[in-house]
Design a protein around this ligand. Structure first.
Ligand code: SF4
Ligand code: SF4
Length: 180
């Protein structure tokens, strides 16, 4: 039953994984590397002065009262985040376990999101550093290593197959590139 009123409040606890997997523009911190201000498993050493993007960030597990315990990032090794348009759910995997998105029960959970959103044009992806996979209801598409500033689009064909198109990098997009 979808009863959010009874959902227990959540907190990050000992999780600090977003301080590794996400890029922090203000700090020029690339994706997939620990922030120098993080004590992994403990917290932020500059908490009161942390940048605005850190203050604003809440992963999907934290935001969604119904997100299951197994999807907590320090357990699943993947930080779930929805892009700014709300069109794409991304599992940002710890580079130490780049295919964490394939582990059950997280994999079935992501497939469930893919099935729910597919008809409405929403998509699910997994990332680890530069490597990107698109997770559709019927297949998983490895689109290889991408410039993090390069958007990609997903085209669905009448026969049920899917094509992924990588577009030129946007200058204003994420500045921190783990490959540099
Ligand atoms: S990944 Fe989510 S649960 Fe973990 S520290 Fe960041 S916001 Fe909190
Ligand atoms: S500044 Fe603090 S909150 Fe932001 S990424 Fe670094 S350790 Fe995490």
């Amino acid at each position: 039953m979808d009863d959010r009123s009874n959902a227990a409040p959540k907190s990050c606890g000992a999780c600090t994984l977003c301080c590794k997997v996400m890029a922090i523009r203000e700090l020029d911190k690339p994706r997939g590397q620990w922030c120098g201000h993080c004590r992994p498993g403990v917290g932020c050493t500059i908490y009161d002065e942390r940048p605005p993007s850190c203050r604003a960030f809440r992963c999907l597990w934290l935001l969604d009262p119904l997100a299951p315990d197994f999807a907590k990032p320090d357990r699943s090794k993947a930080v779930l985040d929805v892009d700014s348009n709300g069109d794409r759910l991304v599992a940002h995997c710890d580079p130490a376990t780049p295919t964490a998105w394939r582990n059950e029960p997280l994999y079935s959970y992501l497939k469930g999101w893919a099935r729910k959103g597919w008809a409405d044009g929403k998509a699910v992806a997994a990332m680890s550093g530069r490597r990107v996979w698109v997770i559709t209801p019927n297949e998983d598409i490895d689109i290889g290593e991408l410039d993090p500033r390069a958007p990609f689009s997903i085209e669905k064909h009448a026969d049920g197959t899917v094509s992924v198109h990588v577009l030129p990098p946007r200058a204003e997009a994420e500045a921190s590139d783990p490959a540099k």
